[in-house]
Design a protein around this ligand. Sequence first.
Ligand code: AHR
Length: 505
Amino acid sequence: SHARITLDRDFTIGEVPRRIFGSFVEHMGRCVYTGIYEPGHPSADEEGFRTDVLELVKEMGPTVIRYPGGNFVSGYNWEDGVGPVEQRPRRLDGAWHTVESNAFGLHEFVRWSKKAGTEIMEAINLGTRGVDAARELVEYANHPGGTYLSDLRKQHGTAEPFDIRLWCLGNELDGPWQIGHKTADEYGRLAQEAGKAMRFVDPDLELVAVGSSSSAMPTFGSWEHTVLSHAYDEVDYISMHAYYQEEDGDAQSFLATSLDTDYFIESVVATADAVRAKRKAKKFINISFDEWNVWYQRGLDTDDQPHKVSKGWREYPRLIEDEYNVTDAVVVGTLLNSLLRHGDRVTIANQAQLVNVIAPIRSEENGPAWRQTSFWPFARMSELARGQILRVAVDSDKVATKKFGDADLVDVSATWDEEHGRVALFLANRGLDDAADVEVVLRGLGASGVRRAEVLDIPKGGDRFTTNTEQSQPVGLRPLDGVGIDEGVLKLTLPALSWAVVELD
Ligand code: AHR
């Protein structure tokens, strides 16, 4: 099998929006409690943050983290999570049928984010609450002082404003499962008014309107159109969410999943631009792809689903702790490629979620933390995708898929960091059986040597379902041999079912 790729220094898509390497921390399952926060854990620091998890987070390199939900946020009172911990109320979280202790809240998340070196993307509750709570939270978080709410923040121990710039105006309000589910008109008006009132408190905010929960939603397309018709002037982004899984053993379609991501992104861009044209607006609405991942949704009657719970009210139960295999890691790599190739319009993206809950990092209560297979494409892309996104001209053999027709065997994205003279390529071989010989024509990029070449593929003695577990983590990156540049052409061979990173200088 074979693929020929051409890169040219003059053919760029735009600057890499570093916020596309975002992640997500929801008060769900064990993402917060026994994930990032576990005061009794041997590795916990003086604030109860797990330093073993924190080290893995830093290594993975998320740039921005969405918080505190998710479905959770649509029934959450932010006030419950601030003030003296012993006075915080225990509450029922209807979204995940969980008891929320509120031991962790906004101040804790701000302090944890500082340690992790990540920007905060704060979601507000537009399910059960509205304009008033939205503007009050902005005042509490961002106003310097001299008012009731900003002084309350000081009383609670943080004199300096949190200075949170990026805000999600609710979560998945197009979904009937959402607490406070709304029609597009109801939500569009609410987002408009909440955004307006939030900006009256702090004019310098970036606001994300809720888009569709998936491209399969019956309202997909019309939802975005209606919401933006109301809130175009008040918001900067429209969100997208997408979760994928292998179905009926059809690995080849699953491996071509990013074709759906491409379609979904391009459709939302078209819809946002149609509203722009109609309104004769100057500004563009960009995309915040603020939940994406592989998620094996096992049907609506499991404990993983909101409101369908048989085990009673529990605190931080195990929810959707998917174990990712080699195939999933390759798919995650292709999803990141799709996001990066659309980086002129997808300028924020958050893999959901960060720890334990459909996450690249796993941890056990009072136990170890480890990297799932999907950790690796994210970590390397966040590390190396810098500078300009290069257009990729791909002439690849095809794989036939049931869901998407023919897909390129080799999937690729590439960046060029002119300042440091680095080209980075992120490649996937979707073929299940055969290696793929790849030639990359490098025009005007001045690349003469291979600095690093690594590959994730099926480990010795394993198969495409091999996962990393608490006991052993056989799936990771190993050096990819035989990579070289000959007269401006990079040559390499991708093993069957693999994801690779090549850095040139
Ligand atoms: O990430 C898990 C859940 O998926 C989120 O809470 C929700 O927004 C989405 O449906």
